[in-house]
Ligand binder design. Structure first.
Ligand SMILES: NC(=O)c1ccc[n+]([C@@H]2O[C@H](COP(=O)([O-])OP(=O)(O)OC[C@H]3O[C@@H](n4cnc5c(N)ncnc54)[C@H](OP(=O)(O)O)[C@@H]3O)[C@@H](O)[C@H]2O)c1
Length: 357
């Protein structure tokens, strides 16, 4: 009986940690509102519908990766409902088509497998061939393993490849489409596991195959830290343009992110989400808020939770500038064959591109 209790506690703790719930109780005590960024009246209880209520997105174009379930599907539904033209991606074109058909508004399905860099290039080229400005690029798709069996993709740990490097290439190849938008926004859906579960010393520059100390959670948190640091560095590189880039934790939401867990773990996750989590409608709120709020037109490089920019206190690497610089350099080296040279987004280039569009 005692052992059962311990085991049950253990799997609830593990399941909670999987979504970054380890500090549910301490939430609010370990972070401050980020200075200089407008506070919203929205909270963790706000829904994506609510945060976009007064916003007309007619004429805007959004790309939402991972549109077939959970937070991505709700993000696509709400943005399309507000009038945006949404390009939604999935590894399966059929699933993307079904997802697009399930929402009201104008949407187009696209195929994208972030673990396959050729697929990322093809997806980006399909989008580019539409010759549209991109107002919102929402890097939402995500992978969380189960069973603590490390998997490698071309020698690199799988979470890092899918959650970080795949999006890294996609963003690179679509950057000039964001430049020609009135105010392009890159929204990186990270997770609080970036500071609750990532390795204490941050990005494992010398061990991207995770030869040491692998667990699904550690690797997932590591990839989510890469999401936050990529956003931080990109926002710096985009300074002087109209493009903003921010990252966020959506909340703890019962979605299909646990698809690789066994049934016991899935149950645990459901309990944790039910007790301290959000509904899917609430889970998409921070993404939609960061992607659309007029108050955030010039906010870049921030990390959001519950529809507000927060500064997480204590030991973490979320704001580690040297680490973000090294991550970007290393990501460029690894993916060099799949990147394009993006010209400097000068005023002249902007005008050229506008003329061509
Ligand atoms: N749920 C939470 O509590 C929670 C907490 C913190 C952070 N997050 C983050 O929120 C984001 C959305 O997650 P979710 O909870 O909505 O999970 P989800 O229901 O599992 O949705 C994930 C989406 O990503 C797509 N995807 C998975 N692997 C992919 C790959 N290799 N290439 C391209 N697309 C892929 C899936 O589409 P297909 O299978 O159709 O390809 C699906 O649409 C993720 O980045 C996740 O890490 C979630």
């Amino acid at each position: 009986m005692v052992a059962m209790t311990i085991n049950r506690r253990r799997f609830l703790a593990y399941a909670g940690a999987a979504l970054g719930a380890t500090q549910i109780v301490a939430c609010g005590e370990n972070k401050l509102a980020t200075e200089g960024i407008p506070r919203s009246r929205f909270t963790g209880k706000s829904t994506a519908e609510e945060v976009t209520a007064a916003i007309d997105l007619a004429g805007k174009v959004a790309v939402v990766t991972g549109c077939t379930s959970g937070i991505g599907l709700e993000t696509m539904r709400v943005l399309a409902g507000r009038g945006a033209y949404v390009l939604g991606t999935s590894r399966s074109l059929k699933r993307a088509e079904d997802a697009c058909r399930s929402v009201t508004g104008v949407t187009s399905p696209l195929s994208l497998d972030l673990a396959d860099f050729d697929s990322v290039v093809r997806c980006a080229e399909t989008i580019r061939s539409m010759r549209l400005p991109i107002d919102m690029l929402i890097c939402n798709a995500g992978y969380l393993g189960g069973g603590n069996k490390k998997q490698l993709v071309n020698g690199l740990e799988k979470h890092f490849v899918i959650n970080h490097l795949g999006h890294f290439i996609l963003v690179n190849r679509l950057l000039d489409r964001l430049v020609i938008a009135k105010q392009g926004r890159i929204v990186v859906v990270a997770s609080r596991t970036a500071y609750t579960e990532a390795p204490a010393d941050g990005i494992q520059f010398d061990d991207l195959g995770f030869a040491n100390d692998y667990s699904d959670l550690r690797a997932y948190g590591h990839s989510k830290l890469a999401n936050v640091l990529f956003s931080l560095r990109l926002s710096e590189l985009l300074r002087g343009t109209r493009i903003t880039c921010n990252s966020l934790h959506p909340g703890i939401v019962d979605t299909e992110i646990d698809r690789h867990f066994n049934s016991v773990m899935q149950f645990g996750l459901r309990v944790v989400a039910a007790v301290g989590g959000k509904t899917i409608e609430q889970g998409a709120a921070t993404s939609c808020y960061v992607a659309t709020s007029p108050a955030l037109a010039t906010t870049s490089g921030a990390y959001f939770e519950d529809c507000n920019a927060v500064t997480v206190l204590g030991h973490n690497h979320l704001y580690n500038v040297p680490m973000s610089e090294r991550l970007l350099q290393m990501s460029e080296e690894i993916t060099a064959d799949f990147l394009v040279d993006q010209k400097e987004p000068t005023k002249e280039n902007l005008l050229d591109d506008r003329a061509a569009t």
